[in-house]
Design a protein around this ligand. Structure first.
Ligand SMILES: COc1ccc(C(=O)/C=C\Nc2cc(OC)c(C(=O)O)cc2Cl)cc1
Length: 294
């Protein structure tokens, strides 16, 4: 057995790529040392070939004669970059640089490093106290208020997309399935995001012509996230997607006996997990809710 030297580092311009710190359908995130800045960054590595494969098969062909030009499959990642470049907020991850060599398969996105990683893994036996959950949820609320103000629907809010920085504050990450809208709200009809965090109106049987509100989808996912913060598990879960959809559409929210939570928190969770998007609480109303203002 021959023992080779330490991990061979890949050099990318002024960045030394090191260990993998994140992984998902998007690709991987590696720890990267910037020799000029003498600082560490999180380098998201996206394979263009993989993007092409994913979008190619999954995307239904546009209806015949439809005006919309077929979106160039890499359009998604370039739209994500355009979104990230225009965002500047304390509770949104900071994209520092994009390294995109047309001849290269991999596209690299350097982000400010959130040293503590995801705020919580789900499921967990050690959920947050109400106080800790309130502290983090305030950050999520401010980040989401800013996103909606910038006319962006996140569409994949969940604990693993909430990253914790050295200062103990949370920043929202992963705009891979986000939608930009015009006017006062998005009217969506596509399925996107993480199944256990998807809102019931996405699973409506008949094709509603008008589509569903984008802002209300994010509020639902924020409600599932807040439930995870204090119970360490999702309010609706099933290993099979059809059963999960049925539960999300039909089952009431159940609060386990333990831990015992305040009535204010349970009421807020129920208002966010209102199955009717028309009556679901909105972000401005959440900001005024007694549990948030304590
Ligand atoms: C334990 O130490 C750790 C420190 C940092 C990490 C980490 O950063 C992980 C993912 N990061 C990201 C992912 C993104 O999308 C999926 C995006 C985006 O596209 O917005 C941005 C970032 Cl930064 C993990 C472990």
């Amino acid at each position: 057995v021959s023992i080779t030297g330490g991990e061979d580092c890949v050099q990318l311009n002024q960045y030394k790529l090191q260990s993998e710190i994140g992984k998902g359908s998007y690709g991987v995130v590696k720890l990267a040392y910037n020799e000029d800045a003498e600082k560490f960054y999180a380098m998201k590595v996206v394979s263009k070939k993989k993007m092409l494969k994913q979008c190619g098969f999954l995307r239904r062909p546009p209806p015949q004669g439809s005006g919309s030009k077929p979106q160039e499959p890499l359009q998604r990642v370039y739209q994500e970059i355009a979104i990230l470049k225009k965002l500047d907020h304390h509770n949104i991850v900071k994209l520092v640089e994009v390294l995109d060599d047309p001849g290269e398969d991999n596209l690299h996105m350097a982000f400010e490093l959130m040293t503590k990683g995801a705020v919580m893994d789900v499921p967990t036996e050690t959920p947050f106290t109400e106080e800790q959950a309130r502290f983090y949820f305030r950050d999520v609320l401010l980040g989401m208020e800013y996103l909606h103000y910038q006319k962006i629907i996140h569409r994949d809010i969940k604990p693993t997309n909430l990253l914790l920085g050295e200062d103990g504050h949370v920043k929202i990450a992963d705009f891979g399935v986000s939608n930009v809208f015009e006017g006062s709200d998005a009217r969506l009809s596509s399925m996107a995001g993480t199944p256990a965090f998807m809102a019931p109106e996405m699973m409506a049987e008949l094709e509603q012509g008008a589509g569903f509100s984008g802002k209300a989808l994010d509020v639902w996912a924020m409600g599932v996230t807040l439930y995870c913060f204090v119970y360490g598990k999702c309010p609706f879960y099933d290993d099979f997607i059809v059963e999960l959809h049925i539960k999300i559409k039909n089952e009431p929210v159940c609060f386990p006996q333990e831990p015992t939570l305040s009535e204010d928190l349970k009421e807020l969770i129920l208002l966010m997990l209102d199955k009717n998007p028309e009556t679901r609480i909105t972000i401005p109303q959440i900001k005024l809710h007694p549990w948030m203002t304590q």
